[in-house]
Design a protein around this ligand. Structure first.
Ligand code: ADP
Ligand code: MG
Length: 293
């Protein structure tokens, strides 16, 4: 009878947009106490668009954007794609670069002629001890306060400008979070993005527990920390950088539209990329495995 119930629940899962890759993940879902959501691409749609380009004194915004696009042309990151798309839209010239380096969770850099140019996160700018002009500080504060991600364009002479990118919160995320909380489940958010952007998105969704500016290699450590007192954790993510955290969690749940690496690291996949599927999985697990006892 056991395999039959499990098969049945797999079929019911499919009807709810759940792809069960591992039966034990579905079985364990009923024990989950905390759901840890990745932000970009999971609670948000992950389709970034350039909202604003700001240039430091004496520079043109298109110059700043063209520089950034030349560097990002070799990156697969959603931020990189948005910057390149905007530069193409504005018919700017994308230059050839050499010595490209991906700075995981921090940005990207390459040589353009004899200049080393970096598209950098706020964190990297701080780590390098670079100062940001007053105008840029103001526009950055305004943008991050509205939940926009800001990256900086930097060369040896300093910070040349900034680019604000806007993402959209998935409309289903609000209900997904509120219903989980109503069912007595703790909800937390995990992101590599800045504290300000994380706080904005969290406030919109009623999430109070936030882990921000977490580097790709540290996401699994956050899961471990939550588990250290025996708490059962479900991690929900879409990106390559979420894969170790998905594997570390008691239940790993991937967004269907996410990367192959994330999907392969997860026991359950939300085929329709709808975060409400997390509660559906927990509910299905509870009803299925109660019947079997
Ligand atoms: P998340 O956890 O939200 O998916 P990531 O770990 O991919 O975020 O990136 C974290 C931060 O690192 C981004 O918000 C951005 O500031 C910076 N970053 C990473 N890769 C790039 C890139 N190619 N270009 C510009 N910024 C980047
Ligand atoms: Mg993501």
């Amino acid at each position: 009878a056991i395999p039959l119930v499990a098969q049945l629940s797999t079929a019911i899962g499919a009807k709810n947009g759940l792809l069960v890759r591992s039966r034990s993940a579905l079985e364990d879902a009923r024990t989950v106490q905390v759901v840890l959501f990745d932000k970009t691409g999971t609670l948000t749609e992950g389709r970034q668009g350039v909202a604003q380009v700001t240039a430091a004194a004496g520079l043109e915004v298109d110059e700043v954007l063209a520089l950034a696009a030349s560097i990002e042309a070799k990156s697969e990151h959603p931020i990189a794609r948005a910057i390149v798309a905007e530069a193409k839209e504005r018919k700017l010239r994308i230059e050839r670069t050499t010595q490209f380096a991906n700075l995981a969770g921090r940005g990207a850099e390459a040589n353009l002629g004899d200049r080393r140019v970096t598209v950098a996160s706020q964190r990297l700018v701080t780590e390098r001890g670079l100062s940001i002009g007053v105008d840029l500080v103001h526009s950055t504060r305004a943008a991050t306060g509205e939940g926009k991600t800001v990256v900086f364009v930097v060369d040896e002479s300093g910070v040349l400008g900034s680019i604000a990118l806007a993402d959209v919160i998935r409309p289903e995320s609000v209900e997904a979070v509120s219903k989980l909380r109503k069912s007595g489940i703790r909800v937390a958010m995990l992101t590599g993005d800045s504290h300000a952007v994380a706080a904005f998105v969290a406030a919109k969704l009623g999430i109070t527990e936030i882990f921000a500016e977490v580097l790709p290699g540290q996401k699994a450590d956050v899961v471990k920390k939550l588990q250290s007192d025996g708490t059962r954790v479900a991690m929900v993510g879409d990106g390559v950088n979420d894969a170790p955290a998905l594997a570390q969690a008691d239940v790993g749940i991937a967004i269907g539209a996410g990367t192959d690496v994330a999907i392969e690291s997860a026991g359950i996949v939300l085929a329709s990329s709808d975060p409400r599927g997390v509660l559906a999985a927990i509910t299905l697990s509870r009803s299925t495995y109660r019947k079997m006892q």
